[in-house]
Design a protein around this ligand. Structure first.
Ligand SMILES: Cc1cc2nc3c(=O)[nH]c(=O)nc-3n(C[C@H](O)[C@H](O)[C@H](O)COP(=O)(O)O)c2cc1C
Ligand code: SF4
Length: 520
């Protein structure tokens, strides 16, 4: 009799909820009942409220159960879950789960589906088709395809990826580098981690294509040090790709070389800023470099360097495989393709939703997220990480695309959306923005280094109702100075959460309004 295949995620969220114990319990229970099973440790589908989500393959189709606890396993066997039988935890065929069906998964198509570091499984799911195409193209043709796809950097700045690559390609032949920014420091974001834990080969393939496109033979993944699971999976996948001939001195016999290694980050938010990341990669303290020169011209070790986010690079294989037009047909305006939105905070259905640009915030928050976990009204969302604006309910019909968000003074950043209900203490959140900046500042420029500390002090005085109007005015002036006088985005964007809080929730800073009590 053939073994029944089961999938139990080995992704950090599922692991923290007991996925290892479930895998063990399934193996034990099957052995005790004389049933033959094959357990694959996959990534997460990104539906966190259903984790750990266990899947069983029956007649070639995957059926999901979740959220499963180790203690549920004997009952699941009793119910006949190896035959996809009914059970209170049964969710139906995995692809029919509404939260998955309503997504357009291009970059995350294989995440949660395949065995992450298995080259054969990757190939069986369309992997490396993009690289094969790229190997038959000229460098210029690859860069043109990426440019025409409309792909913009998913790390935060939304700069067109093809234009960045073209700058590196246009530098005279010399040692060039591809660096992947996997520092993922924004609060409430986890797309890079889910991608690296669930489908690291798509990142490796994207970096390899980037290397061939611009003439770079070496790559580095700068990985957030707090991602030990991603670290292990990435290293296994790099080794597997090397053994299979997809990395190394002669990729698939093409005569083209590309080598790749992972370097662990230094554990500071500022190390995610690209020039600071390059300093850190070179073994120095993560301090921001003055630009120009751009990293594309003088980057790692003074050489032309591509710096791209994980999601940007992992989106390249599907663009090469299916064509620029296929990719750019998703999205709206100048925001082409798909974006993995990460819903977190006080939400019922937190997780990752890869959708075409253009969905409204309201649809994400209510139709997908199901409102707050607390059951109270949503009062604000912070979009784009700790430096993103607070958006009030009156603006929830804004489309999620780069231009629409910037039109209301917000930014999409890396796609994190953190939800707050009406118990949120907005002045405390505004204070936190300044405090975060003070703690994470690299110290190179005065508006950020000194301004953020003064900002905390001013906010303390406002909260303590000391000369409130005057101190609020000083905060506004300080924000203008930081906005226009900071050397990089940390000091330059810290005003966004503060100014948006003051603009949309002014009353919270005035009459000593206290937030709604958190308990009814
Ligand atoms: C303070 C600060 C922190 C940043 N952190 C990250 C990060 O963790 N990951 C990331 O990809 N980009 C981060 N960025 C953006 C990078 O500087 C850069 O724009 C990005 O890595 C370029 O890749 P992309 O074009 O593919 O987005 C940060 C920027 C700033 C100002
Ligand atoms: S804005 Fe802050 S983090 Fe950026 S260079 Fe200036 S001091 Fe450093």
């Amino acid at each position: 009799m053939n073994a029944t295949t089961l999938y139990v995620p080995a992704e950090a969220t599922a692991l923290s909820l007991g996925a290892d114990a479930i895998a063990l319990a399934v193996a034990r229970e099957a052995a005790a009942r004389g049933q033959d099973v094959r357990i694959v440790r996959n990534g997460s589908r990104g539906l966190f409220w259903l984790e750990p989500l266990v899947e069983v393959v029956v007649n070639g189709a995957r059926h999901a159960y979740g959220p499963v606890a180790a203690a549920d396993v004997p009952g699941l066997f009793d119910a006949g879950f190896l035959q996809a039988a009914q059970h209170p935890l049964y969710l139906g065929p995995t692809t029919e789960i509404p939260a998955l069906r309503g997504q357009q998964r291009l970059t995350f198509a294989r995440v949660g589906v395949i065995d992450p570091a298995s080259v054969p499984d990757y190939l069986a799911h369309g992997g490396y088709a993009g690289l094969r195409r790229a190997l038959a193209m000229t460098s210029q043709e690859i860069v043109t395809a990426v440019t025409e796809s409309g792909l913009r950097g998913r790390g935060g700045a939304a700069f067109p990826t093809g234009i960045k690559w073209k700058t590196v390609l246009d530098q005279p032949p010399q040692q060039k580098y591809i660096t992947c920014n996997a520092d993922e420091g924004d609060s409430g974001t986890f797309a890079d981690r889910l991608l690296m834990e669930g489908d690291p080969l798509s990142l490796i393939e994207g970096m390899t294509i980037a290397g061939i496109a611009v003439g770079a033979t070496r790559g580095f993944i700068y990985l957030r040090v707090e991602y030990p699971h991603a670290h292990r999976v990435l290293n296994r996948a790099i080794e597997a790709a090397r053994v299979a001939g997809y990395l190394g001195a002669d990729i698939l016999g093409s005569g083209k070389a590309f080598e790749l290694e992972v370097r662990l980050g230094a554990g500071a938010y500022i190390c995610g800023e690209e020039t600071s990341m390059l300093e850190s990669l070179e073994g120095r303290r993560g301090e921001v470099r003055v630009r120009p020169p751009l990293p594309a011209i003088k980057g790692l070790f003074g050489q032309p360097t591509v710096v791209n986010n994980v999601v940007s690079l992992a989106s390249v294989p599907v663009i090469l495989e299916r064509g620029a037009t296929f990719y750019r047909d998703f999205g709206v305006g100048k925001s082409r393709g798909t974006i993995p939105l990460q819903l977190a905070g006080n939400t019922q259905h937190g997780g990752l939703y890869e959708v075409a640009f253009g969905m409204s915030l309201r649809e994400l928050l209510y139709d997908r997220g199901g409102g707050t976990a607390s059951g109270r009204p949503i009062r604000a969302v912070q979009v784009g990480g700790p430096l993103g604006a607070y958006i009030p309910e009156s603006q929830f019909d804004t489309a999620i695309d780069y231009e629409a968000l910037s039109g209301i003074g917000a930014l999409l950043g890396h796609g994190g959306v953190v939800v707050f209900d009406d118990t949120v203490d907005i002045p405390a959140m505004a204070r936190y923005a300044m405090e975060f900046c003070a703690k994470e500042s690299c110290g190179k420029c005065t508006p950020c280094r000194i301004g953020s500390t003064r900002g905390v002090e001013l906010m303390d005085r406002v909260i303590a109702n000391i000369d409130r109007e005057r101190n609020l005015q000083l905060i506004e002036e300080l924000c203008e100075t930081m906005l226009h006088g900071s050397l990089c985005g940390l000091g330059g964007m810290t005003p966004f959460p503060v100014q948006s809080a003051l603009r949309h929730f002014r009353e919270d800073f005035l009459a000593g309004r206290s937030p709604a009590p958190s308990r009814q």
